[in-house]
Design a protein. Sequence first.
Length: 448
Amino acid sequence: MRCDVGAGTSLATALTDGGVEVVEAGDDAHEIGIASETSTFVEKFPECAMPTFTIASSAGRDLVLHPTRSALDTRNEVFSGGLDVTVIEGAPAPHTRRPVPVENDRHSLPAIGEVPAARHRWPSGASSWSHPWMLPCVRPGAHNGDVAGRFAPSPTGELHVGNLRTAVAAAAAARGADLAFLIRVDDLDRVQYDRTHEEGQLADLAAVGVVSDQPPVRQSERFELYRDAIATLHAAGEVYECFCSRREIRAEIAAAASAPHGHRPDGAYPGTCRELSRRRREELEREGRRPALRLRTAAEVYTVDDVIAGRYTGAVDDVVLQRNDGVPAYNLAVVVDDADQGVTQVVRGDDLLSSTPRHIHLQQRLGLVTPEYWHVPLVVDAEGRRLAKRFGAPSLSDLGAAGIDAGQVTARLRASLGVDDVGVLHATEVPRHTVTCEDLGLVVPGDA
């Protein structure tokens, strides 16, 4: 369905001409609604507030309105001057939160090392926010659209047993809390990314019963959101350029290893570039150095009351916000994505527990809600190491070749977590200790 919105054309008129029934409209179409057999959805919709986006509940379907978007958005083929209306059967509407728009129509990517100008200001201390093109709604009878759980794999290879177990835990915990469940593709690493890996991971997740309630989104399509957040932090004086190479940082961390560092996370940046003079920065630039962008912190300490791991206290360091190749960094992206998608329950491996204070700090600086955290003990190998493919961690295809099918894998993963017969996981049932592939009965002959 296509609606053309030309100069002087009200949104209500465009929607009506496009076949969408407007059930209530105010002056100049500032209010619109979508007719439904079960509900009427009415939202303030200023005609001048482009770009904008809404999901409206209509007779068990979601109407997704895509206005003109930046040329950077390759996922939605939307053309200037028009509005696409897409019908998605059975898709639960997300909980959304809105930032305050900023007068800035800059769509081009910033140069490497350049701090982007904010197109939308993230409100400090706000309890709710979103893209400016998103409005909230909940479809009757669906999962609670106000909150969601998620699993976010990186498509750089096959998922191994440890990844699959965490995914099963995340989906079952969301089910237990009556939350929507989302899969997000964390594909920031474009060097190792492969579309076949993404497709294979989604297929493996589906094989063990882990399916997203909405079409998965990809981080590579959301750079504008991350750069808006960086711009907000920069405006508050909390971003600086870092010219250090990884080798230099490792050497500095090693040299400071004997110094007391309190609760700082593993590999905490020592702050070498925090106070560089302009002259020194110019020298480094002439040498061909490209800066990353880091968050300026004061070693703030946060305590996490984790549902599984218990109370954990840790300090934050000057985490990278944008790499020196211009790609937004994981710690920023995951915080922005979780808030944007209405994620209020994060279930992940306990190797990420020490990063959680960083995430809470970013949430507070951007005025975002902190989700509930469940850090689940890992699956480890016989030597106690976290599972990794380079150490021979078995994947679903490896196990299938050994005669252990997806149904058996699913049953053993669920049993190891305490998931009940209807696929629900309660925190009290989750073991508080690591397990091995041998414990799970998921060993490929010859690898034991």
